[in-house]
Design a protein around this ligand. Structure first.
Ligand SMILES: [Zn+2]
Length: 231
């Protein structure tokens, strides 16, 4: 087992393929995910995964597309920003609001998933992954309310919502769930030194500005969410 490679999306050794979910899942959370879906079914909720595991390369690709403008960069109101109108530093901020740096996405871990409810998904509807869809009168309001009630009452599932609140770094993401049993171990390894060393030794978009602002980026977008895994 190489914990550092597991954390940064550089290995799939810790994962198993879930045919039902069409994603890789951490072998230690496989049964919890199944159990959660079963509880959902009993409440009339068809919990599905929109996005599960992502490798370092996949995350890097997402960030590169946002820089090029082939994937939209949104502001907090869901409006598209033009990457060419931004300085490298504001471009970095705009991307990090919604997308993690390659190597530092919780989606590398196989413990975190973006979810929706197939039962309440309107016909021909394209999911945007915006908070409104998970709030009052949104298609996934029921799912969201159920998940929130679970995270405090069903401790045995080890479930948490790391991006439940906007802490001034990553935007609020009510669709992002995490099976947190492994998170303390990952978080312990993800020190500032680990972060800076990884940025130095890997090909990361916007590397120069990340290094210039390294302590602040680490604090705001990574460390701020540690411990949020235990609700
Ligand atoms: Zn997510």
């Amino acid at each position: 087992m190489n914990l550092k490679n597991e954390i940064t999306g550089k290995t799939k050794d810790h994962l198993i393929w879930s045919e039902e979910d069409k994603t890789y899942v951490h072998r230690e959370v496989f049964t919890q995910l199944k159990a959660l879906k079963n509880v959902g079914r009993s409440k009339g909720i068809d919990l599905r995964i929109l996005s599960g595991y992502r490798s370092f390369e996949t995350q890097k690709n997402i960030v590169e597309k946002k820089i090029k403008g082939t994937l939209p960069i949104l502001n907090d109101y869901g409006e598209v920003k033009d990457p060419k109108s931004l300085t490298p530093s504001t471009l970095l901020d705009s991307i990090l609001r919604w997308s993690a740096l390659p190597g530092f996405s919780r989606h590398h871990w196989g413990t975190d998933f973006d979810i929706y409810d197939k039962k309440t998904l309107p016909l021909n509807y394209q999911i945007q992954l915006v908070p409104e869809e998970y709030q009052k009168n949104g298609p996934f309001q029921k799912l969201s309310e159920w998940i929130e009630s679970l995270s405090s009452s069903q401790k045995e599932l080890g479930l948490s919502l790391p991006y439940k609140k906007d802490l001034g770094g990553v935007a609020k993401e009510p669709w992002h769930i995490s099976f947190s049993a492994l998170a303390p171990q990952y978080e312990e390894t993800l020190t500032y030194d680990f972060f800076i060393n990884f940025i130095h030794t890997n090909d990361i978009p916007l590397k120069k500005v990340i290094l210039e602002r390294s302590q602040e980026i680490y604090n705001r977008f990574i460390k701020a969410y540690f411990g949020c895994s235990t609700i």
